[in-house]
Design a protein around this ligand. Structure first.
Ligand SMILES: [Zn+2]
Length: 112
């Protein structure tokens, strides 16, 4: 028998079932463990998914990730919400600018 860590038994971060400490993938749900965790649960993965894919929906990945600390999750949440607000405001201002341009700035309010 291999000497194993006598501490807490290893469990899968995703399905919480018991696995062997040396398992690279969960034998129940197939999720990668330790260094084999999917790329989109890592720090660069979260940033790429937020900027180029999911936007605020990447918060789901942030909070499910087994490799990001609780403090970092809170920081990501603040950053992602701030980023979403900034993008939303930019789109709204661009829409207002285009609208004012097309209507001469008055038409939309019925003031011609
Ligand atoms: Zn599992």
């Amino acid at each position: 028998m291999e000497p194993t860590d006598p501490g807490t038994p290893a469990t899968c971060w995703n399905c919480k079932r018991a696995i062997e400490r040396q398992d690279k993938y969960c034998r129940h749900c197939g999720k990668g463990q330790g260094s084999t965790v999917s790329w989109y649960y890592t720090h660069p993965g979260i940033i790429v998914m937020t900027l180029f894919g999911l936007g605020p929906f990447s918060l789901g990945l942030v909070w499910k990730s087994p490799v990001i600390s609780r403090e970092a999750k809170i920081a990501y949440t603040v950053l992602i919400l701030g980023f979403t607000w900034f993008v939303g405001l930019s789109i709204y201002k661009a829409y207002q600018g285009i609208n004012a341009l097309l209507t001469g700035g008055l038409g939309v309010y019925g003031l011609q």
